[in-house]
Design a protein. Structure first.
Length: 318
């Protein structure tokens, strides 16, 4: 099974551009790709964990990840999936959050010997001259096309509408991809399914300005069997910082995953080899209970948490 085939089998891929070319890059271990993380909190959460697992999986196959913390884009706020404008954060808060992200990411991704790169888009976005940016890339963006993006359409249909501040977010994210392509030869952007329009804007900007091909791949959202987003409890997000979500709470969250979602989570969030099959469907209950425990151990082990344990065997699956 190739690397790309495994990603498909694990249910990780939602949408891709130029699949044949993208597949060839990934399978050959020649992709330099990035995922962006806006610093809206002082810890990563379970949603980020899924993205980090994918980064690690691709890195283990020889590809080079770029982890981008959004010290610049967080100043604006991504309107995707939002019913209203995000709360404005001070530069001090954003810088603090970026530093917290960097520490957590280093537990997942190997940044030694140029195997991965960690960047902050504040380094190029905050010093841009508005008129210079308009002259450099403004003509590459169609307002009509931007307004057709689902993230903008949903906001314009609401009473509060879409602010001009947030309207610029797509341009900033596209500019990130454009910069990373030139600085590091980054050919590919990965991100959540709600980022598709922003990612396409980046591939289009690179094509228009540089005459080069770039690729986008969105990650499947982690949904439960009822179609609801996982990674949240009644008290809020499930954080990777043990000071925000205690080890016991983290353990309990995975322990309480429904039977219908256990195998999906094992595929998407762990490195257990495929195929994952319950050996005895007629006696699935006890096996699922043990699969839950396996999920807990693997998830916490990969998260480098204080309660980490050795990676489990795969005796409960075949």
């Amino acid at each position: 099974m190739t690397v790309y085939e495994e990603l498909v089998e694990r249910g990780l891929i939602a949408q891709v551009t130029d699949e044949d070319e993208l597949k060839e890059l990934i399978n050959a271990g020649k992709a330099t790709f990035y995922i962006g993380f806006d610093a809206t909190a002082d810890s990563l959460h379970v949603g980020h964990f899924m993205a980090l697992c994918l980064m690690k999986r691709l890195q283990m196959s020889g590809n080079r990840p770029i982890a981008l913390v959004g010290g610049g884009t967080t100043m604006i706020g991504d309107p995707s999936g939002r019913s209203d404008m995000r709360q404005m954060m001070t530069p001090e808060m954003i810088n603090h959050n970026c530093e917290c992200f960097k520490k957590q990411m280093s537990k997942f991704i190997d940044f030694s010997d140029d195997k991965a790169i960690l960047v902050n888009n504040a380094d190029w976005l905050l010093d841009l001259n508005y008129v210079d940016v308009l002259r450099e890339v403004g003509s590459c963006f169609s307002v009509n096309r931007m307004l057709s993006a689902e993230c903008y359409k949903q906001r314009m249909d609401r009473e509060g509408g879409l602010t001009f501040l947030e309207f610029n977010y797509m341009i900033m994210q596209a500019y990130d991809f454009y910069q990373l392509y030139q600085k590091y030869g980054c050919q590919m952007q990965l991100g959540g399914n709600d980022q598709w329009s922003n990612m396409l804007a980046g591939t289009d900007l690179i094509r228009r300005k540089l005459g080069e091909n770039a690729y986008a791949m969105t990650i499947t959202l982690l949904l439960n069997s009822e179609g609801k987003k996982m990674g949240k409890t009644q008290s809020g997000a499930v954080w990777l910082d043990p000071n925000k979500t205690s080890p016991f709470e983290f353990y309990q969250y995975w322990r309480n995953v429904s039977d219908a979602d256990v195998i999906k989570c094992l595929k998407m969030l762990t490195f257990l080899p495929l195929p994952l099959k319950i050996k005895d469907v007629a006696n699935a209950k006890g096996i699922i209970q043990r699969a839950r425990v396996s999920l807990i151990v693997v998830a916490t082990f990969n998260a480098s948490s204080p309660y980490a344990a050795p990676a489990p065997t795969t005796e409960l699956v075949s």
